[in-house]
Write a protein that binds this ligand. Sequence first.
Ligand code: ADP
Length: 529
Amino acid sequence: MSLTEINLHQELKKYFGFSQFKGLQEEVIKGVIADKDTFVIMPTGGGKSLCYQLPALIKEGTAIVVSPLIALMKNQVDALRSISSEHGIAHVLNSSLNKTEIKQVKADISNGITKLLYVAPESLTKEENVDFLKNENISFLAIDEAHCISEWGHDFRPEYRNLRKIIQRIGDNIPIVALTATATPKVQEDILKNLGITDAKTFKASFNRPNLYYEIRPKTANVGADIIRFVKQNSGKSGIIYCLSRKKVEELAQTLQVNGIKAVPYHAGLDGKKRAKHQDMFLMEDIDVVVATIAFGMGIDKPDVRFVIHHDIPKSIESYYQETGRAGRDGGEGHCLAYYAYKDIEKLEKFMSGKPVAEQEIGHALLQDVVAFAETSISRRKFILHYFGEDFDNETGDGGDMDDNVRNPKKQNEAQEDVELLLKVVKETQAIYKAKEVVNTLIGKSNALIKSHKTDEIALFGKGKAKDAAYWMALVRQVLVAGLLKKDIETYGIIKITPAGDEFLKAPKSFMMTEDHIYDSESKDNIVS
Ligand code: ADP
Protein backbone atom coordinates (compact mmCIF):
# COMPACT_ATOMS: atom_id res chain seq x y z
CA MET A 1 0.00 0.00 0.00
CA SER A 2 1.45 3.40 -0.83
CA LEU A 3 1.28 6.39 1.47
CA THR A 4 -1.08 8.26 -0.78
CA GLU A 5 -3.64 5.48 -0.60
CA ILE A 6 -3.72 5.45 3.18
CA ASN A 7 -5.81 7.78 5.21
CA LEU A 8 -3.77 7.81 8.38
CA HIS A 9 -6.40 9.59 10.44
CA GLN A 10 -8.94 6.99 9.48
CA GLU A 11 -6.57 4.19 10.44
CA LEU A 12 -5.81 5.90 13.74
CA LYS A 13 -9.49 6.15 14.51
CA LYS A 14 -10.16 2.61 13.40
CA TYR A 15 -7.51 0.93 15.48
CA PHE A 16 -7.07 3.22 18.48
CA GLY A 17 -10.17 5.40 18.56
CA PHE A 18 -8.12 8.62 18.63
CA SER A 19 -9.06 11.47 16.34
CA GLN A 20 -5.75 13.36 16.44
CA PHE A 21 -2.10 12.45 16.35
CA LYS A 22 -0.02 13.54 19.27
CA GLY A 23 3.05 15.70 18.67
CA LEU A 24 5.29 14.26 15.99
CA GLN A 25 3.46 10.94 15.63
CA GLU A 26 2.05 11.54 12.17
CA GLU A 27 5.37 12.51 10.63
CA VAL A 28 7.12 9.59 12.30
CA ILE A 29 4.50 7.14 11.09
CA LYS A 30 4.71 8.41 7.51
CA GLY A 31 8.46 7.81 7.60
CA VAL A 32 8.09 4.30 8.99
CA ILE A 33 5.48 3.40 6.41
CA ALA A 34 7.87 4.61 3.72
CA ASP A 35 10.52 2.17 5.06
CA LYS A 36 12.85 4.86 6.40
CA ASP A 37 15.22 4.13 9.26
CA THR A 38 13.78 6.26 12.01
CA PHE A 39 14.91 7.54 15.39
CA VAL A 40 12.24 8.76 17.81
CA ILE A 41 13.15 10.66 20.95
CA MET A 42 10.14 11.58 23.05
CA PRO A 43 9.69 11.98 26.78
CA THR A 44 7.79 9.28 28.64
CA GLY A 45 4.10 9.56 27.90
CA GLY A 46 4.81 11.21 24.56
CA GLY A 47 3.11 8.41 22.65
CA LYS A 48 6.02 6.44 21.25
CA SER A 49 4.26 3.06 21.03
CA LEU A 50 1.80 4.26 18.45
CA CYS A 51 4.71 5.31 16.23
CA TYR A 52 5.42 1.65 15.49
CA GLN A 53 2.07 0.04 16.30
CA LEU A 54 0.06 1.89 13.70
CA PRO A 55 2.55 1.33 10.84
CA ALA A 56 2.81 -2.33 11.87
CA LEU A 57 -0.96 -2.72 11.62
CA ILE A 58 -1.06 -0.99 8.26
CA LYS A 59 1.95 -2.61 6.58
CA GLU A 60 2.19 -6.08 5.16
CA GLY A 61 4.20 -8.61 7.11
CA THR A 62 5.17 -8.75 10.75
CA ALA A 63 6.93 -6.01 12.68
CA ILE A 64 9.37 -7.22 15.31
CA VAL A 65 9.37 -5.13 18.47
CA VAL A 66 12.36 -5.51 20.74
CA SER A 67 11.68 -4.49 24.30
CA PRO A 68 13.48 -5.20 27.55
CA LEU A 69 10.40 -5.18 29.74
CA ILE A 70 8.33 -8.33 29.76
CA ALA A 71 5.47 -6.77 31.73
CA LEU A 72 5.27 -3.93 29.25
CA MET A 73 5.21 -6.31 26.30
CA LYS A 74 2.35 -8.25 27.83
CA ASN A 75 0.34 -5.09 28.42
CA GLN A 76 0.83 -3.96 24.86
CA VAL A 77 -0.06 -7.33 23.40
CA ASP A 78 -3.25 -7.48 25.48
CA ALA A 79 -4.20 -3.98 24.38
CA LEU A 80 -3.59 -4.81 20.73
CA ARG A 81 -5.59 -8.01 20.92
CA SER A 82 -8.53 -6.04 22.25
CA ILE A 83 -8.67 -3.96 19.07
CA SER A 84 -8.91 -6.91 16.75
CA SER A 85 -11.01 -10.01 16.41
CA GLU A 86 -7.84 -11.84 15.50
CA HIS A 87 -6.09 -13.08 18.65
CA GLY A 88 -2.88 -13.70 16.72
CA ILE A 89 -2.54 -10.06 15.69
CA ALA A 90 0.13 -9.60 18.37
CA HIS A 91 2.33 -12.15 20.07
CA VAL A 92 5.16 -12.29 22.54
CA LEU A 93 7.88 -14.78 21.70
CA ASN A 94 9.75 -15.83 24.79
CA SER A 95 11.11 -18.77 26.67
CA SER A 96 8.01 -19.23 28.79
CA LEU A 97 6.01 -20.53 25.82
CA ASN A 98 5.56 -24.29 25.42
CA LYS A 99 6.07 -26.14 22.14
CA THR A 100 2.46 -25.95 21.03
CA GLU A 101 2.31 -22.24 21.75
CA ILE A 102 5.51 -21.59 19.82
CA LYS A 103 4.11 -23.53 16.89
CA GLN A 104 0.98 -21.40 16.96
CA VAL A 105 2.96 -18.15 17.08
CA LYS A 106 5.10 -19.25 14.14
CA ALA A 107 2.06 -20.35 12.15
CA ASP A 108 0.36 -16.99 12.75
CA ILE A 109 3.48 -15.17 11.53
CA SER A 110 3.82 -17.35 8.44
CA ASN A 111 0.14 -16.89 7.65
CA GLY A 112 0.47 -13.13 7.81
CA ILE A 113 -1.89 -12.83 10.76
CA THR A 114 0.62 -11.48 13.25
CA LYS A 115 1.31 -7.79 12.77
CA LEU A 116 3.45 -7.27 15.87
CA LEU A 117 5.85 -9.75 17.39
CA TYR A 118 7.31 -8.67 20.73
CA VAL A 119 10.63 -10.17 21.72
CA ALA A 120 13.20 -9.62 24.42
CA PRO A 121 16.71 -9.22 23.00
CA GLU A 122 17.71 -12.57 24.52
CA SER A 123 15.00 -14.36 22.56
CA LEU A 124 15.86 -12.61 19.34
CA THR A 125 19.47 -13.79 19.54
CA LYS A 126 18.42 -17.46 19.72
CA GLU A 127 19.56 -19.40 16.66
CA GLU A 128 16.22 -21.13 16.06
CA ASN A 129 14.36 -17.81 16.15
CA VAL A 130 16.77 -16.12 13.75
CA ASP A 131 16.49 -19.10 11.40
CA PHE A 132 12.74 -18.91 11.47
CA LEU A 133 12.43 -15.13 11.13
CA LYS A 134 14.82 -14.80 8.20
CA ASN A 135 12.37 -16.70 6.03
CA GLU A 136 9.38 -14.58 7.03
CA ASN A 137 8.06 -11.31 5.74
CA ILE A 138 9.30 -8.76 8.28
CA SER A 139 7.93 -5.25 7.79
CA PHE A 140 10.38 -3.47 10.08
CA LEU A 141 12.13 -3.80 13.38
CA ALA A 142 11.28 -1.47 16.24
CA ILE A 143 13.70 -1.17 19.14
CA ASP A 144 11.95 0.21 22.18
CA GLU A 145 13.99 1.65 25.06
CA ALA A 146 16.86 1.96 22.61
CA HIS A 147 19.03 3.74 25.21
CA CYS A 148 19.73 0.25 26.62
CA ILE A 149 22.37 0.10 23.87
CA SER A 150 24.44 2.84 25.48
CA GLU A 151 26.61 2.62 28.55
CA TRP A 152 25.75 6.29 28.98
CA GLY A 153 22.06 5.52 29.31
CA HIS A 154 20.48 4.76 32.64
CA ASP A 155 19.73 1.17 31.80
CA PHE A 156 22.58 -0.36 29.82
CA ARG A 157 21.94 -3.93 28.64
CA PRO A 158 24.81 -5.72 26.91
CA GLU A 159 22.40 -7.90 24.84
CA TYR A 160 21.27 -4.75 23.05
CA ARG A 161 24.77 -4.41 21.62
CA ASN A 162 24.27 -7.51 19.49
CA LEU A 163 21.07 -6.38 17.86
CA ARG A 164 22.66 -4.98 14.72
CA LYS A 165 24.29 -8.30 13.86
CA ILE A 166 21.09 -10.21 14.47
CA ILE A 167 19.02 -7.82 12.39
CA GLN A 168 21.41 -8.29 9.48
CA ARG A 169 21.02 -12.02 9.71
CA ILE A 170 17.24 -11.76 9.66
CA GLY A 171 17.29 -9.62 6.56
CA ASP A 172 19.53 -7.16 4.75
CA ASN A 173 17.26 -4.23 4.30
CA ILE A 174 14.89 -4.35 7.21
CA PRO A 175 14.06 -0.78 8.22
CA ILE A 176 14.87 0.04 11.82
CA VAL A 177 12.87 2.23 14.15
CA ALA A 178 14.67 3.09 17.38
CA LEU A 179 12.74 4.75 20.20
CA THR A 180 13.84 6.22 23.50
CA ALA A 181 12.95 8.73 26.18
CA THR A 182 16.60 9.42 26.85
CA ALA A 183 17.61 12.65 25.28
CA THR A 184 21.29 13.16 26.01
CA PRO A 185 23.30 13.74 22.85
CA LYS A 186 25.86 11.13 23.92
CA VAL A 187 23.26 8.37 24.23
CA GLN A 188 21.68 9.38 20.94
CA GLU A 189 24.97 9.10 19.16
CA ASP A 190 25.64 5.68 20.66
CA ILE A 191 22.26 4.42 19.50
CA LEU A 192 22.65 5.60 15.92
CA LYS A 193 26.19 4.30 15.60
CA ASN A 194 25.52 0.98 17.23
CA LEU A 195 22.52 0.22 15.09
CA GLY A 196 24.34 1.44 12.02
CA ILE A 197 21.61 3.94 11.18
CA THR A 198 23.53 7.22 11.38
CA ASP A 199 21.45 8.68 8.57
CA ALA A 200 18.12 7.74 10.17
CA LYS A 201 15.42 10.36 10.10
CA THR A 202 15.42 11.73 13.62
CA PHE A 203 12.38 13.08 15.42
CA LYS A 204 12.91 14.73 18.76
CA ALA A 205 10.11 16.14 20.85
CA SER A 206 10.76 18.84 23.41
CA PHE A 207 11.56 17.67 26.92
CA ASN A 208 10.29 20.84 28.50
CA ARG A 209 7.70 20.28 31.24
CA PRO A 210 6.42 23.81 31.75
CA ASN A 211 4.14 22.99 34.69
CA LEU A 212 6.92 21.55 36.85
CA TYR A 213 8.60 23.82 39.39
CA TYR A 214 12.22 22.89 40.12
CA GLU A 215 13.80 23.68 43.46
CA ILE A 216 16.99 22.58 45.21
CA ARG A 217 17.53 23.14 48.92
CA PRO A 218 20.67 22.59 50.94
CA LYS A 219 20.53 19.36 52.88
CA THR A 220 21.07 20.00 56.54
CA ALA A 221 20.42 18.02 59.70
CA ASN A 222 16.89 19.37 59.58
CA VAL A 223 15.93 17.79 56.30
CA GLY A 224 13.31 15.53 57.94
CA ALA A 225 11.58 18.45 59.61
CA ASP A 226 11.76 20.43 56.40
CA ILE A 227 10.08 17.63 54.46
CA ILE A 228 7.33 17.32 57.09
CA ARG A 229 6.70 21.05 56.87
CA PHE A 230 6.54 20.88 53.08
CA VAL A 231 4.15 17.92 53.07
CA LYS A 232 1.90 19.58 55.65
CA GLN A 233 1.79 22.76 53.61
CA ASN A 234 0.63 20.54 50.76
CA SER A 235 -1.74 18.41 52.78
CA GLY A 236 -4.22 16.31 50.85
CA LYS A 237 -2.02 16.34 47.77
CA SER A 238 -0.33 13.24 46.37
CA GLY A 239 3.44 13.08 46.40
CA ILE A 240 6.43 10.77 46.06
CA ILE A 241 9.56 11.08 48.20
CA TYR A 242 12.63 9.32 46.85
CA CYS A 243 15.43 8.09 49.10
CA LEU A 244 18.60 6.29 48.19
CA SER A 245 18.40 3.42 50.66
CA ARG A 246 15.64 1.09 51.84
CA LYS A 247 16.61 1.92 55.41
CA LYS A 248 16.04 5.61 54.85
CA VAL A 249 12.73 4.86 53.13
CA GLU A 250 11.52 2.95 56.20
CA GLU A 251 12.77 5.59 58.62
CA LEU A 252 11.32 8.53 56.79
CA ALA A 253 7.96 6.83 56.19
CA GLN A 254 7.75 6.22 59.92
CA THR A 255 8.73 9.78 60.77
CA LEU A 256 6.01 11.05 58.48
CA GLN A 257 3.45 8.65 59.96
CA VAL A 258 4.14 9.71 63.55
CA ASN A 259 3.73 13.28 62.39
CA GLY A 260 0.23 12.51 61.20
CA ILE A 261 0.98 12.22 57.49
CA LYS A 262 -0.62 9.38 55.55
CA ALA A 263 2.54 7.82 54.14
CA VAL A 264 3.72 4.31 53.25
CA PRO A 265 7.13 2.90 52.30
CA TYR A 266 7.89 1.24 48.97
CA HIS A 267 11.09 -0.57 48.04
CA ALA A 268 12.25 -3.83 46.49
CA GLY A 269 12.87 -5.36 49.94
CA LEU A 270 9.14 -5.47 50.70
CA ASP A 271 7.29 -8.57 49.60
CA GLY A 272 5.29 -8.38 46.40
CA LYS A 273 1.92 -8.31 48.14
CA LYS A 274 2.85 -5.40 50.33
CA ARG A 275 4.32 -3.46 47.43
CA ALA A 276 1.18 -3.98 45.37
CA LYS A 277 -0.95 -2.93 48.34
CA HIS A 278 1.03 0.26 48.95
CA GLN A 279 0.94 1.12 45.28
CA ASP A 280 -2.83 0.63 45.19
CA MET A 281 -3.28 2.72 48.32
CA PHE A 282 -1.43 5.52 46.58
CA LEU A 283 -3.40 5.19 43.35
CA MET A 284 -6.71 5.02 45.25
CA GLU A 285 -5.69 7.99 47.41
CA ASP A 286 -6.03 6.12 50.69
CA ILE A 287 -2.65 7.60 51.46
CA ASP A 288 -1.02 10.82 50.30
CA VAL A 289 2.66 10.06 50.20
CA VAL A 290 4.81 7.16 49.05
CA VAL A 291 8.34 7.16 50.41
CA ALA A 292 10.28 5.05 47.96
CA THR A 293 13.49 3.94 46.39
CA ILE A 294 13.71 4.28 42.63
CA ALA A 295 12.02 0.86 42.44
CA PHE A 296 8.81 2.87 42.58
CA GLY A 297 7.59 4.68 39.54
CA MET A 298 8.17 2.50 36.50
CA GLY A 299 4.81 2.29 34.86
CA ILE A 300 3.00 4.24 37.59
CA ASP A 301 0.55 6.39 35.76
CA LYS A 302 -0.99 8.61 38.41
CA PRO A 303 -1.76 11.87 36.65
CA ASP A 304 -2.12 14.10 39.71
CA VAL A 305 1.10 13.58 41.63
CA ARG A 306 1.60 17.13 42.96
CA PHE A 307 5.13 16.86 44.29
CA VAL A 308 8.23 14.73 43.96
CA ILE A 309 10.84 15.17 46.67
CA HIS A 310 14.39 13.85 46.44
CA HIS A 311 15.65 13.31 49.95
CA ASP A 312 18.90 12.27 48.26
CA ILE A 313 20.14 13.71 45.02
CA PRO A 314 19.95 11.18 42.12
CA LYS A 315 22.98 9.78 40.32
CA SER A 316 22.33 11.52 37.03
CA ILE A 317 20.32 14.36 35.58
CA GLU A 318 18.59 11.77 33.49
CA SER A 319 17.31 9.99 36.63
CA TYR A 320 16.33 13.32 38.15
CA TYR A 321 14.34 14.19 35.05
CA GLN A 322 12.61 10.79 34.89
CA GLU A 323 11.73 10.83 38.58
CA THR A 324 10.56 14.42 38.75
CA GLY A 325 8.67 13.72 35.53
CA ARG A 326 6.17 11.68 37.54
CA ALA A 327 4.78 14.92 38.95
CA GLY A 328 2.09 16.89 37.20
CA ARG A 329 1.34 14.47 34.37
CA ASP A 330 -2.11 16.05 34.08
CA GLY A 331 -0.53 19.40 33.32
CA GLY A 332 -1.40 20.74 36.77
CA GLU A 333 0.95 21.80 39.54
CA GLY A 334 4.07 19.70 40.06
CA HIS A 335 6.62 20.78 42.64
CA CYS A 336 10.02 19.08 42.35
CA LEU A 337 12.11 19.58 45.43
CA ALA A 338 15.56 18.05 45.87
CA TYR A 339 17.92 18.21 48.82
CA TYR A 340 21.56 18.51 48.00
CA ALA A 341 24.79 18.13 49.93
CA TYR A 342 28.13 17.34 48.36
CA LYS A 343 28.58 14.54 50.87
CA ASP A 344 25.80 12.65 49.11
CA ILE A 345 27.75 12.87 45.87
CA GLU A 346 30.72 11.33 47.63
CA LYS A 347 28.46 8.58 48.89
CA LEU A 348 27.30 7.84 45.35
CA GLU A 349 30.94 7.82 44.19
CA LYS A 350 31.71 5.28 46.88
CA PHE A 351 28.92 2.98 45.67
CA MET A 352 30.61 2.83 42.29
CA SER A 353 34.04 1.96 43.60
CA GLY A 354 33.72 -1.80 43.05
CA LYS A 355 32.52 -1.46 39.46
CA PRO A 356 34.56 -1.80 36.25
CA VAL A 357 36.71 1.24 35.51
CA ALA A 358 34.81 2.32 32.39
CA GLU A 359 31.56 2.24 34.31
CA GLN A 360 33.10 4.27 37.13
CA GLU A 361 34.30 6.90 34.72
CA ILE A 362 30.89 7.24 33.18
CA GLY A 363 29.25 7.32 36.60
CA HIS A 364 31.68 9.99 37.69
CA ALA A 365 31.03 12.17 34.66
CA LEU A 366 27.26 11.89 35.16
CA LEU A 367 27.67 12.87 38.80
CA GLN A 368 29.71 15.92 37.86
CA ASP A 369 26.73 17.12 35.87
CA VAL A 370 24.49 16.56 38.88
CA VAL A 371 26.84 18.70 40.99
CA ALA A 372 26.82 21.39 38.32
CA PHE A 373 23.03 21.29 38.21
CA ALA A 374 22.61 21.43 41.97
CA GLU A 375 25.10 24.23 42.46
CA THR A 376 24.17 26.34 39.49
CA SER A 377 22.36 29.60 39.96
CA ILE A 378 21.13 29.84 36.41
CA SER A 379 17.66 28.62 35.53
CA ARG A 380 17.25 24.93 36.41
CA ARG A 381 14.97 24.42 33.42
CA LYS A 382 17.48 25.99 31.07
CA PHE A 383 20.17 23.77 32.53
CA ILE A 384 18.16 20.54 32.19
CA LEU A 385 17.07 21.32 28.66
CA HIS A 386 20.60 22.25 27.65
CA TYR A 387 21.70 18.89 29.04
CA PHE A 388 19.21 17.28 26.67
CA GLY A 389 20.51 19.29 23.75
CA GLU A 390 17.70 21.85 23.71
CA ASP A 391 17.98 25.64 23.71
CA PHE A 392 15.64 27.31 26.13
CA ASP A 393 14.93 31.00 26.49
CA ASN A 394 13.48 31.89 29.87
CA GLU A 395 11.94 35.09 28.50
CA THR A 396 9.89 33.44 25.81
CA GLY A 397 9.82 29.73 26.69
CA ASP A 398 6.93 28.00 28.50
CA GLY A 399 7.60 27.72 32.21
CA GLY A 400 10.46 30.20 32.00
CA ASP A 401 9.89 31.43 35.56
CA MET A 402 9.24 28.04 37.13
CA ASP A 403 12.33 27.40 39.18
CA ASP A 404 13.97 28.64 42.34
CA ASN A 405 16.90 30.33 40.62
CA VAL A 406 14.71 32.35 38.32
CA ARG A 407 12.33 33.34 41.11
CA ASN A 408 15.16 34.34 43.46
CA PRO A 409 17.98 35.44 41.21
CA LYS A 410 21.42 35.95 42.65
CA LYS A 411 23.33 39.10 41.89
CA GLN A 412 24.98 39.09 38.49
CA ASN A 413 28.42 40.40 37.63
CA GLU A 414 29.97 41.39 34.33
CA ALA A 415 32.33 38.60 33.29
CA GLN A 416 33.17 39.58 29.72
CA GLU A 417 36.93 39.67 30.28
CA ASP A 418 36.93 36.40 32.19
CA VAL A 419 34.97 34.69 29.43
CA GLU A 420 37.54 35.94 26.93
CA LEU A 421 40.35 34.56 29.06
CA LEU A 422 38.59 31.23 29.48
CA LEU A 423 37.94 30.86 25.76
CA LYS A 424 41.54 31.79 24.97
CA VAL A 425 42.82 29.10 27.34
CA VAL A 426 40.64 26.46 25.70
CA LYS A 427 41.77 27.58 22.27
CA GLU A 428 45.42 27.87 23.08
CA THR A 429 45.58 24.47 24.77
CA GLN A 430 43.88 23.06 21.66
CA ALA A 431 40.91 21.54 23.41
CA ILE A 432 42.73 18.72 25.16
CA TYR A 433 41.43 19.29 28.68
CA LYS A 434 38.37 18.60 30.76
CA ALA A 435 36.96 21.38 32.89
CA LYS A 436 39.25 20.63 35.81
CA GLU A 437 42.47 21.16 33.84
CA VAL A 438 41.07 24.26 32.14
CA VAL A 439 40.37 25.73 35.57
CA ASN A 440 43.76 24.63 36.90
CA THR A 441 45.43 26.35 33.97
CA LEU A 442 43.52 29.53 34.73
CA ILE A 443 44.47 29.59 38.40
CA GLY A 444 48.02 28.41 37.72
CA LYS A 445 47.81 25.05 39.43
CA SER A 446 49.93 22.41 37.77
CA ASN A 447 49.53 18.65 37.73
CA ALA A 448 51.07 15.75 35.82
CA LEU A 449 48.78 16.14 32.82
CA ILE A 450 49.35 19.89 32.59
CA LYS A 451 53.11 19.38 32.87
CA SER A 452 53.10 16.69 30.21
CA HIS A 453 51.57 19.16 27.76
CA LYS A 454 53.86 21.97 28.98
CA THR A 455 50.78 24.08 29.61
CA ASP A 456 52.45 25.46 32.73
CA GLU A 457 54.89 27.23 30.41
CA ILE A 458 52.36 29.21 28.36
CA ALA A 459 51.76 32.90 29.00
CA LEU A 460 48.11 32.35 29.93
CA PHE A 461 48.98 29.94 32.74
CA GLY A 462 47.79 31.42 36.02
CA LYS A 463 46.33 34.52 34.33
CA GLY A 464 43.08 34.03 36.24
CA LYS A 465 44.51 33.44 39.68
CA ALA A 466 42.89 36.52 41.14
CA LYS A 467 39.78 34.35 41.34
CA ASP A 468 39.40 30.88 42.83
CA ALA A 469 38.67 27.51 41.26
CA ALA A 470 35.00 27.55 42.32
CA TYR A 471 34.49 30.84 40.46
CA TRP A 472 36.07 29.54 37.30
CA MET A 473 34.20 26.25 37.48
CA ALA A 474 30.95 28.18 37.73
CA LEU A 475 31.94 30.29 34.75
CA VAL A 476 32.82 27.19 32.69
CA ARG A 477 29.37 25.76 33.39
CA GLN A 478 27.60 28.96 32.46
CA VAL A 479 29.62 29.40 29.31
CA LEU A 480 28.79 25.79 28.38
CA VAL A 481 25.07 26.43 28.83
CA ALA A 482 25.41 29.67 26.86
CA GLY A 483 26.87 27.58 24.03
CA LEU A 484 30.28 29.29 23.71
CA LEU A 485 31.96 26.07 24.80
CA LYS A 486 30.79 22.50 24.48
CA LYS A 487 31.67 19.13 25.86
CA ASP A 488 33.09 16.81 23.24
CA ILE A 489 30.66 14.01 22.57
CA GLU A 490 33.20 11.23 22.01
CA THR A 491 35.24 11.74 25.14
CA TYR A 492 32.51 13.40 27.12
CA GLY A 493 34.11 16.01 29.28
CA ILE A 494 36.81 17.39 26.99
CA ILE A 495 35.97 21.04 26.54
CA LYS A 496 35.93 22.56 23.07
CA ILE A 497 35.14 25.98 21.70
CA THR A 498 32.05 26.38 19.51
CA PRO A 499 31.60 28.69 16.51
CA ALA A 500 29.68 31.02 18.83
CA GLY A 501 32.71 30.99 21.14
CA ASP A 502 35.00 31.94 18.25
CA GLU A 503 32.58 34.72 17.38
CA PHE A 504 32.76 35.96 20.96
CA LEU A 505 36.56 36.10 20.82
CA LYS A 506 36.40 38.15 17.63
CA ALA A 507 33.82 40.56 19.01
CA PRO A 508 33.62 40.24 22.81
CA LYS A 509 30.42 41.40 24.40
CA SER A 510 28.79 41.59 27.79
CA PHE A 511 28.42 38.30 29.65
CA MET A 512 26.54 38.45 32.92
CA MET A 513 27.39 35.65 35.29
CA THR A 514 25.88 34.63 38.60
CA GLU A 515 28.00 32.92 41.18
CA ASP A 516 27.02 29.37 42.03
CA HIS A 517 25.31 28.47 45.26
CA ILE A 518 27.71 27.29 47.89
CA TYR A 519 25.73 24.73 49.80
CA ASP A 520 28.53 22.94 51.51
CA SER A 521 29.51 25.55 54.03
CA GLU A 522 25.96 25.37 55.30
CA SER A 523 25.75 21.63 55.40
CA LYS A 524 29.18 20.07 55.58
CA ASP A 525 29.25 19.30 59.27
CA ASN A 526 25.72 18.35 59.99
CA ILE A 527 24.64 16.03 57.24
CA VAL A 528 21.93 13.53 57.94
CA SER A 529 23.20 10.22 56.64
P1 ADP B 1 5.54 6.48 25.72
O1 ADP B 1 5.84 5.08 25.24
O2 ADP B 1 6.14 7.53 24.85
O3 ADP B 1 5.84 6.69 27.17
P2 ADP B 1 2.83 5.70 25.27
O4 ADP B 1 3.00 5.13 23.94
O5 ADP B 1 2.71 4.77 26.43
O6 ADP B 1 3.99 6.73 25.58
O7 ADP B 1 1.59 6.69 25.25
C1 ADP B 1 1.25 7.47 26.35
C2 ADP B 1 -0.26 7.64 26.42
O8 ADP B 1 -0.71 8.48 25.37
C3 ADP B 1 -1.02 6.33 26.30
O9 ADP B 1 -2.02 6.33 27.27
C4 ADP B 1 -1.58 6.38 24.90
O10 ADP B 1 -2.79 5.65 24.80
C5 ADP B 1 -1.81 7.86 24.70
N1 ADP B 1 -1.78 8.26 23.29
C6 ADP B 1 -0.85 7.93 22.37
N2 ADP B 1 -1.14 8.49 21.18
C7 ADP B 1 -2.28 9.19 21.34
C8 ADP B 1 -3.09 10.00 20.48
N3 ADP B 1 -2.76 10.19 19.20
N4 ADP B 1 -4.19 10.56 21.00
C9 ADP B 1 -4.52 10.38 22.30
N5 ADP B 1 -3.82 9.64 23.15
C10 ADP B 1 -2.69 9.06 22.70
